[in-house]
Each structure stands twice: as structure tokens, then as C-alpha cells.
Design a protein around this ligand. Structure first.
Ligand code: MF3
Ligand code: CO
Length: 256
């Protein structure tokens, strides 16, 4: 069942969404040569504390990993796709890209968003990877309208990514979001006719999150059981927003 949110509930989700946006802006400004992913983690945890918000990811149980996630951020560098774990040993260097993914819970409702940030100068192909991935998210958001169907979102991401020569990850998907971090429906970044294709209705909130590999789409999980990587070692980008479907069109909760 897809839970729909009323206007008051969407306002509460908006508060969570805007805090996530603010945290990501701050972290993006910190990214640079020599900064560690643990530096980003510490800053994020501090901002959540100061705002009186609960981290959404810390202690979140993920069955596939078989344990609770220990950090407030996922920081996935270069060929890492998602669920990279912050570390004081991971110093960022020019030419890297880092996906910063985070969520908070405020007043019972979740917000969840991700950005991928270049460190110093990256090459033209990597710039294009970041641009196309973010564009695919914005184009998919434009499909989040009453009367459209889920596949309009999935297909828009896939079409934009593949027509630019990149590939969409299959094993990790977006999701509904509300009083739980992960709700129905799953929001894949590709169309598979075997999946459900519900009509989009007012009050649904979707976390749309394209994960795009520069090379082949296949993934692997590192021995830490969390970090998902591109099997061919190619760079991977990730952007995410929470979007409410309203009678006035898409409402992106995780940006002003
Ligand atoms: N942002 C991711 C998602 O939307 C990560 C959450 S999994 C966690 O599913 F374990 F890190 F919490
Ligand atoms: Co998410």
C-alpha cells in the first residue's frame, strides 16, 4: 500500500527536507583536498544535534548487510555507488567525486537527499557524468504529477542516462518515504514491465535517486558488507530528492 500524506503531514516532511538540504549545502562547501569523509560525518552529526533532529541512517537495519548502519552519512567515493562509510583514513583528493547521502527524522517524518560533489578539477567525462545524473533526476521530478504513472519517472531517468552513454544501476532503487525511511513503492531508475506501475496520486511522496555508472551497470558489495561499487571500477554518481505529488505539480521537499 502506498501511504498518502495530507497537507499538514507534507509540511512536517518539508521541515525534514529543508534541514537535509541545509546540511548537504554545508557539507558540499567543506569538500576539498585533504578533507576526510569522517570530517563530513562529524559536521553532519553536529548539525543534526543542533537542529534537534534524529539521524535517519544511524542504526538503520538493512537486511542485505545483516546489520545496523553505523553513521549519519553515506559517503561514496569514485567507483563506490552507495552506502560508503565515512572514515578518517579516506582523505579526498583532486579528481575524486564524493556522493554524500543523508536523512533526518523530525516530528515523526523523514527527509532523504543526496548530492555528488567533485573534488578540485575532474575530467570532462566525469563532469558530464555528474551533469547527466542530476539532469535525469530533475527530468524525473518533472514527471511526478497526478495522473502520470511510476514508469514515467523510471523511464525518464533511464532514457536520459542511456542516451548519454552511461548506465543505470539496477540493484539499488528509490522509494516512498514518510513516517518510515523506506515505504512503498520502490522507485527503480529503469523500466521493467514485471514491476508494478501504480498511477501517481496526490499526497504520495517519492525519494527519486538515480545511481549512474560511467561504465557498465553491474555492481558488487565490498567485504565490509555495506559499500556498493561499480564492478568494472568506473566512477558512479548519485543524486536524490524527495518529491511530493500535489495538485499544483511536483513539490521538491529537499530544496528551497
Ligand atoms: N539514502 C539511502 C536510501 O535512500 C541509504 C539508506 S540506507 C542506510 O536508501 F543504511 F544507510 F541507512
Ligand atoms: Co533514499
Amino acid at each position: 500500500m502506498i501511504v498518502r500524506k495530507n497537507a499538514g503531514e507534507l509540511e512536517r516532511m518539508r521541515r525534514a527536507g529543508l534541514l537535509v538540504w541545509k546540511i548537504l549545502q554545508e557539507l558540499a562547501g567543506m569538500v576539498g583536498e585533504g578533507v576526510t569523509t569522517q570530517d563530513l560525518e562529524a559536521a553532519a552529526e553536529r548539525m543534526m544535534k543542533d537542529a534537534g533532529a534524529k539521524p535517519a541512517f544511524k542504526n538503520y537495519y538493512v537486511p542485505a548487510a545483516g546489520s545496523r548502519y553505523p553513521f549519519v552519512l553515506c559517503t561514496s567515493v569514485n567507483e563506490e555507488i552507495v552506502h560508503g562509510m565515512p572514515s578518517a583514513k579516506r582523505k579526498l583528493k583532486p579528481g575524486d567525486i564524493v556522493s554524500i547521502d543523508t536523512g533526518v527524522q523530525i516530528d515523526g517524518f523523514f527527509g532523504d537527499s543526496a548530492i555528488t560533489v567533485p573534488v578540485g578539477e575532474v575530467n570532462e567525462q566525469v563532469k558530464r557524468l555528474l551533469r547527466v545524473t542530476e539532469e535525469s533526476l530533475d527530468m524525473a521530478i518533472g514527471q511526478a504529477r497526478v495522473g502520470h504513472r511510476l514508469f514515467d519517472i523510471c523511464g525518464t531517468v533511464q532514457q536520459h542516462v542511456e542516451s548519454n552513454g552511461f548506465s543505470v544501476v539496477r540493484e539499488y532503487v528509490g522509494h516512498g518515504i514518510g513516517t518510515k525511511l523506506h515505504e512503498e513503492p520502490q522507485v527503480p531508475n529503469y523500466v521493467d514491465r514485471k514491476n508494478e506501475n501504480p498511477r501517481l496520486k496526490e499526497g504520495m511522496v517519492l525519494a527519486i535517486e538515480p545511481m549512474v555508472n560511467l561504465g557498465r551497470p553491474e555492481t558488487a558489495v565490498k567485504p565490509d558488507r555495506w559499500t556498493a561499487v561499480a564492478k568494472d571500477g568506473s566512477y558512479s554518481a548519485h543524486f536524490e530528492h524527495c518529491v511530493a505529488i500535489t495538485e499544483n505539480g511536483p513539490w521538491v521537499l529537499t530544496r528551497p
